[in-house]
Design a protein around this ligand. Structure first.
Ligand SMILES: Nc1ncnc2c1ncn2[C@@H]1O[C@H](COP(=O)(O)OP(=O)(O)O)[C@@H](O)[C@H]1O
Ligand SMILES: [Mg+2]
Length: 256
């Protein structure tokens, strides 16, 4: 069984950016094989990582259901399950020290229960072959309960410096508990912090909600520059504020 890290929080707080930098750190330190899962319907971690993705799980699901609807047989006399397995392997994008799987859009029309069931079984099996599984989630937490039955070793909640964003991650923490998700530690990262120093109001909010703060990532102008010029964030200098902060957080995480 792999070591499972999931990242969640309100939209726009920096989940995808930080997940990308976290993966970069993980692969640099050669911690083991890594599977990255982009579980956001509005998938974009490939841009932060700087790799191309050919197809998403959502597209495969759509394609398989279209084939069936049109009464087309699967190529080479494959069964539906065999074909899904084959297509699943083709949708893995190979990065530098990791593989990336993009979930993509989750529902079209029609019923996908059967295909979803097989896909879930197969993605679960696939992820077991890796030492680390890192999931970039969409804003809510609801889909996590549907998409994974796996144990999450570290659930990283990303918030910006607003009280509302802190409240949002507190709700995600509460929801994870209500849903009885199997989670090791739930830790808070506050991102986009001016000068890297939290103000009193935000500290109070964190305390009020009894959130476990593991680190702070400064508001980094370089991220803005790289983003607007379309340069993958993983190429940020090692001594940039963001990478330095992520390095510090990763060492505190004490991954196995
Ligand atoms: N530490 C930071 N400093 C400056 N800008 C940041 C920082 N972290 C993220 N951003 C910017 O914030 C925006 C949202 O980030 P993103 O990672 O896409 O958030 P999410 O995945 O939570 O929706 C992006 O434009 C990104 O470049
Ligand atoms: Mg995102």
């Amino acid at each position: 069984m792999g070591y499972n890290i999931a990242v969640a929080g309100k939209g726009g707080t920096g989940k995808t950016s930080l997940t990308g930098l976290l993966i970069n750190n993980l692969t640099k330190n050669n911690k083991g094989t890594v599977l990255v899962v982009d579980a956001d319907a509005n998938a974009n971690i490939n841009e932060v990582l700087g790799i191309e993705v050919e197809s998403t799980i959502g597209e495969i699901r759509e394609e398989v259901s279209q084939r069936e609807k049109q009464g087309n047989a699967f190529p080479g006399g494959m069964t539906k399950a065999q074909y899904l397995q084959y297509r699943l392997n083709t949708c893995l994008a190979e990065g530098d020290g990791y593989d990336l799987m993009v979930m993509g859009r989750s529902e079209g029309e029609g019923c996908y229960c059967y295909v979803n069931g097989i896909l879930r079984e197969q993605t679960d099996k696939l992820s077991d072959a890796y030492e680390y599984l890192v999931i970039d989630n969409e804003a809510g937490m609801e889909h996590l309960s549907r998409k994974t039955t796996k144990h999450i070793d570290k659930l990283l909640l990303v918030s910006d410096c607003s009280r509302r964003s802190i409240q949002a991650v507190a709700r995600i923490r509460d929801l994870a508990r209500e849903l009885k998700l199997s989670v090791g530690e739930i830790l808070l990262i506050v991102n986009k912090v001016p000068n890297g120093v939290l103000n009193k109001g935000v500290c109070e909010e964190i305390e009020k909600h009894k959130l476990d703060l593991i680190g702070v990532v400064p508001l980094d102008n370089l991220i803005y520059e790289y983003d607007s010029s379309g340069i993958p964030l993983v190429q940020l200098p090692e001594d940039s504020e963001a990478k330095t902060a992520v390095r510090d957080i990763m060492s505190k995480l004490e991954l196995k």
